[in-house]
Every structure is written in structure tokens, then in C-alpha cells.
Write a protein that binds this ligand. Structure first.
Ligand code: TYM
Length: 332
């Protein structure tokens, strides 16, 4: 059986990268798959979070899932901490994964930076928990942005080693689904850096909750270069900002970079940015407004999470029981 699982951290501002790299694909995949979408609060606390903000961000990510069009009746939406089996399976995976594997994770290196000795242990073993999220449900397909690719390779390594060590064919080898023309949306201030929730400059990203004026202003101020736009993607080489903006346009217009370049062949950035701002506002404006409407009634958002928790727990508990059996954990 094919099953999709993916997660989004409730830390900081959800942005256009989260939408184009992940959430928009979550919506599309529900046509074809049974899907489980998780607000990964246990992942968020690998970096310190203000407790009140964490609660609020958990509801905001849930609202974004709903506003983008995920159907909470047909699919499962829940927050990770409410299904304790995630943390339990992560422990088993800590005993499967090797120190060397985790030491190679570029996200840890980036996030820990120079103060590695001071990083939380949780940040280091984060990919084990991510593998547990996915494999607890025996999910087969995982839609993510480009930056999560290495973590999914580790998830496959864990599944493979577990199956091998215990002589079973229990866990599937998951397939990453890295879809569309904007799998790695870059900062609007620096085309060589990823658009990120934690960038101190709000001008570096478009937040899902930005209004039309803010979106237009940020796009107008986005860094560019002096050349007009090229007629084909080859002309974007060595022009990271132009490449990023064309990628965003193509993704939002649901077309290819080739087609986007054809449309704006020889245009100045000022003309292109106007079209891009209009397109961005027409997509995100609707989602932001729906998020605000949903968040005005947290009772509904909470009820979605409660219902999701019950349905996720049923699958998780059954699978964790089987995993205990495989590992040899006695249920007396
Ligand atoms: P997180 O919360 O950082 O990001 C959520 C999703 O958004 C994608 N993304 C981007 N895509 C394109 N351009 C960008 N600039 C950009 N920034 C973020 C991410 O790739 C991700 O798909 N470890 C995960 C959360 C997680 C998870 C999981 C994902 C925990 N357990 C199990 C899949 C399956 C993370 O930190 O995502």
C-alpha cells in the first residue's frame, strides 16, 4: 500500500519555500494517496522555543495545512507530541543508526554552526526522530523540499539496517517526492542562501500570512542583477537571484522555467517583478486570509488535531506493537 507522510516544524514563520517545496504538494498528493501530515513540535524543540509561541505556531501550521486545501476528514492531520510512539520508535532507531551517519548530516552542521559542543543532543539525533515519524506509519512516499533529501537517505539507511539486523522485510524504503520548479526557494536578499524561517531579515522571505502590500514590497525590493531576463534557463546560470525569481514564478504559474523565460525574454526586472507580485498575491492572499479566519476560531483547529491524533495513534500503536515483537521487547 502506498502512504504519504510529511511534517512541518512549528517554529517561526511559514514562508513561500515551505509552501512551494512542501505544503502545495501535500495538497496535490491527496488525490492519489492516503496521507498523514504532521506538525512536528518535538522537532521544533531541538532549538529552544518560547512555550506560548510554540503552542500558537502549532495551530498556525495546522491552519496553513487546512487553508492550503488538505481535507482533514480524508487525510490525517495531527501534532507529533500527541502520539508518544514517535519518541519511542526514535529511541529504537538511536540504537540502529550509527554515530558516523549522523555526523555527516549537513543540516546539523549548519544549525549547530561553530558552537557544536553547545548544540542540543536532540538536534544531533533529529534525523532518527524524522525516520521514526515516517516509518512508524510504514509510509512509502515523503514529499519534501530539496533540503530534506539527505535526511530521507538516512531514513532509508535506518530502514535497511533494521530489516537486515532483525532478518525481516518490515520497513519499506521510502521514496522522496521532490516536486516542481521551486524545490529550493532561496532568500530574496541573497540568491545563494535558502529562504528560511529563522533568517533575521523579514525581507528575505514571503510569509504565508503577509498581506498584499507586504508581498508586493518584498518582491519589489528583492535583490536582482542589472541584466534583462534571458529567453531560456541556460541564461540563468551564474545569476542566482534571477534563477530563484524565475523558479518561483514558474512554480506559482504551474509551468516550467523554460516557459517562464520565454514569457519574459528580454524584459526588465521591474516588469517581471510586477507580474510576479500579482501572481504571488493571487495565490498566497487567499491562503493567508483563510488562515486568519481559521485562527480566529482555535476550537476548530484543535478539534482537527484531536481527531487526527486518535486516527494516527491507532496506526502507530499497532505498528509499534509489531516492532516491539521484532526487536524482542517482551509484553508480559
Ligand atoms: P521544515 O519545517 O524546515 O520545512 C517544512 C518543509 O518545507 C520545505 N522547505 C523548503 N522547500 C523549498 N525551499 C525552501 N527554502 C524550503 N524551506 C523549507 C522542507 O524541505 C520541508 O519539506 N525535518 C523537516 C520536518 C520533518 C519531516 C518529518 C519531513 C520532521 N519529520 C518526516 C518529512 C517527513 C523540517 O525541518 O522541515
Amino acid at each position: 500500500m502506498n502512504r504519504v507522510f510529511s511534517g512541518v516544524q512549528p517554529s517561526g514563520n511559514l514562508h513561500l519555500g515551505n509552501y512551494l517545496g512542501a505544503i502545495r504538494n501535500f495538497v496535490r498528493l491527496q488525490e492519489e494517496y492516503e496521507c498523514i501530515y504532521c506538525v512536528v513540535d518535538l522537532h521544533a524543540i531541538t532549538m529552544w522555543q518560547d512555550p506560548a509561541e510554540l503552542r500558537s505556531n502549532t495551530r498556525t501550521v495546522t491552519a496553513a495545512f487546512l487553508a492550503a486545501g488538505i481535507d482533514p476528514k480524508a487525510q490525517i492531520i495531527f501534532n507529533q507530541s500527541q502520539v508518544p510512539a514517535h519518541a519511542e520508535l526514535a529511541w529504537i532507531f538511536h540504537c540502529v543508526a550509527r554515530l558516523g551517519w549522523l555526523s555527516r548530516m549537513t543540516q546539523f552542521k549548519e544549525k549547530a554552526g561553530k558552537k557544536r559542543e553547545n548544540a542540543s543532543v536532540g538536534l544531533y539525533v533529529y534525523p532518527d526522530l524524522m525516520a521514526a515519524d515516517i516509518l512508524l506509519y510504514k509510509a512509502t512516499h515523503v514529499p519534501v523540499g530539496e533540503d530534506q533529501k539527505q535526511h530521507l537517505e538516512l531514513c532509508r539507511d535506518i530502514a535497511q539496517k533494521f530489516n537486515h539486523d532483525f532478518g525481516v522485510a518490515y520497513f519499506p524504503l521510502v521514496e522522496p517526492l521532490i516536486l516542481g520548479e521551486a524545490t529550493r526557494v532561496m532568500s530574496l536578499r541573497d540568491g545563494t542562501r535558502k529562504m528560511s524561517k529563522s533568517d533575521p531579515s523579514d525581507y528575505s522571505r514571503i510569509n504565508l500570512t503577509d498581506d498584499a502590500t507586504a508581498i508586493a514590497r518584498k518582491i519589489r525590493r528583492a535583490k536582482t542583477d542589472p541584466e534583462p531576463l534571458p529567453g531560456s534557463p541556460e541564461g540563468l546560470r551564474g545569476r542566482p537571484e534571477a534563477d530563484n525569481l524565475i523558479g518561483i514564478y514558474a512554480a506559482l504559474a504551474d509551468t516550467s522555467k523554460e516557459e517562464a523565460c520565454r514569457r519574459f525574454d528580454g524584459a526588465q526586472f521591474s516588469t517581471f517583478k510586477e507580474a510576479l507580485a500579482e501572481l504571488t498575491v493571487s495565490t498566497l492572499g487567499r491562503i493567508g486570509a483563510e488562515m486568519r479566519r481559521l485562527l480566529a476560531d482555535p476550537g476548530y483547529v484543535d478539534s482537527v488535531l484531536r481527531d487526527g491524533r486518535a486516527r494516527a495513534s491507532a496506526i502507530a500503536e499497532a505498528n509499534l506493537g509489531e516492532i516491539h515483537g521484532i526487536v524482542g521487547l517482551l509484553r508480559p
